[in-house]
Design a protein around this ligand. Sequence first.
Ligand SMILES: Cc1cc2nc3c(=O)[nH]c(=O)nc-3n(C[C@H](O)[C@H](O)[C@H](O)COP(=O)(O)OP(=O)(O)OC[C@H]3O[C@@H](n4cnc5c(N)ncnc54)[C@H](O)[C@@H]3O)c2cc1C
Length: 135
Amino acid sequence: MPHMSESHALEPAQCFRLLRTVSVGRLAFTDHSLPVIHPVNFTVDGKDVIIRTSGGGKLAAAVNGLMVAFEADEVDTATHSGWSVVVLGHASLVRDIDRLVALAHPDTRPWVRGRSDHVISIKVERITGRRLCPL
Ligand SMILES: Cc1cc2nc3c(=O)[nH]c(=O)nc-3n(C[C@H](O)[C@H](O)[C@H](O)COP(=O)(O)OP(=O)(O)OC[C@H]3O[C@@H](n4cnc5c(N)ncnc54)[C@H](O)[C@@H]3O)c2cc1C
């Protein structure tokens, strides 16, 4: 008999707390008018999601201040439970030297070699989450 689960909405404070517990999420952005989604390493700084990259569409989205979506989750396939959090906000390139220094710790470094030249900040303008709990 398959597990049944119930979905609950999460408060913004819970969403931020959960986001801080994982290190990989998915960045959805627009590249040459097409939707793109890439896995990325991230950290949370205050109410901003921080990503590092070396170039490509993610960097262009930040340079152009585009609206992006970001998703992170944790799932337990054995119990059919888990949570997901989705953020919407404008991306921007971090240029302030003091903030760059403050953000330059090992946790912000991508797992992918050579993908860390630029720091992108996503200002969280909307944050929503759901938790699936086994019945
Ligand atoms: C666990 C994990 C963590 C990562 N962390 C980071 C990070 O913190 N920073 C970072 O910059 N990159 C990270 N990457 C790599 C990232 O997902 C992209 O592959 C990479 O940034 C290349 O982006 P690009 O715009 O140069 O794509 P391009 O190489 O120019 O893309 C060429 C084509 O391949 C597709 N493509 C690119 N990447 C992927 C992908 N991952 N999956 C499926 N299709 C893809 C593109 O959509 C496009 O159609 C991570 C990848 C993984 C798996």
